[in-house]
Ligand binder design. Structure first.
Ligand code: BJW
Length: 228
């Protein structure tokens, strides 16, 4: 059985990473249009850099939770037949032990050069305009996908959805496309679809089955079922 697991901010919530659209969401302090569009970056690069620099620094104080660990356990048994597609820019799946992970919206620990398009592993701050390790230009930006930009890995995602037997969506509100449309694509390709989310997502009715509760409980329970 081939499985594609789409994850969103909700899977990292119990690790202490704020989500975007919940009551204590990240955007309460920062309006989404202030920080997550190319126009905002052009207008106020330092504000946007500080926002992502703070989130990059905060990675040092969070750990994978039971949901990330359960997906890594599933990969150990399922190998190439499990693909995790994450909208998250944290690295908690990798730190839990997952290796087959596609980051649709980029990664905090990466910087993108606007001059040479190089992508560079990045641990420190970007505010202040450090030089690109490849071309020396001061055009580095967070290597993340903002509204109006094309997500990464779309060909591989649709290839995987095409051959999936099960699509499971974990901890995402279903508010942002194209990820919000994956459930319909997976269904059209013939997969069974399952939602695991704290509350019904915007697209909950599109799934064959939906279970609601914290990912730290639901995901390990579901992985136990799959592993029989
Ligand atoms: C728990 C939990 C617990 C809490 N356990 N669960 C009109 C109609 C349709 C589309 C558009 C439109 N106008 C514009 C568009 C396109 C636009 C879009 O979707 N806009 C919408 C606002 C309508 N999309 C884009 O622009 C995308 N690009 C694009 O479409 O390009 C065209 C193209 C596509 C494909 C091929 C070719 C061309 C780009 C979108 C980029 C999104 N970027 C962000 C920021 C990334 C960097 C960063 O992290 O700062 O991505 S925005 C933000 O939202 C971030 C997230 O990845 C994304 C999704 O959020 P997520 O993960 O769902 O989080 P929340 O907070 O919304 O939900 C958390 C959920 O967890 C909740 O349901 C909770 O209940 C739950 N939860 N605790 C389990 N313990």
């Amino acid at each position: 059985m081939r499985i594609v697991a789409l994850t969103g901010a909700g899977i990292s919530a119990e690790s202490g990473v704020p989500t975007f659209r919940d009551a204590d969401g990240l955007w309460e302090g920062h309006r989404v249009e202030d920080v997550a569009t190319p126009e905002a970056f052009e207008r106020q690069p330092d504000v946007v850099h500080r926002f992502y620099d703070a989130r990059r620094a905060a990675l040092a104080s969070v750990e994978p939770n039971a949901a990330h660990l359960a997906l890594a356990r599933l990969e150990e048994a399922w190998g190439d037949d499990l693909l995790v597609v994450t909208q998250n820019i944290d690295d908690l799946h990798e730190r839990a032990g997952s290796s087959r992970v596609l980051h649709l919206h980029g990664e905090l620990r990466s910087a993108l050069c606007r001059a040479c398009a190089g992508r560079h592993a990045w641990e420190g701050d970007l505010v202040g305009g450090p030089p690109c390790p490849s071309c020396g230009s001061r055009g580095l930006r967070p290597d993340v996908v903002w509204f109006g930009e094309v997500p990464y890995e779309m060909d591989r995602v649709f290839g995987a959805l095409d051959s999936a037997d099960l699509f499971v969506s974990i901890g995402t509100s279903g508010a942002v496309y194209p990820a919000a449309g994956f459930v319909l694509a997976a269904r059209a390709y013939g997969a069974r679809t399952l939602e695991l989310n704290l509350v019904p997502s915007e697209g909950s009715h599109h799934f064959h089955e939906a279970r609601h509760g914290p990912a730290g409980e639901l995901v390990p329970e579901w992985v136990d079922e799959v592993l029989g």
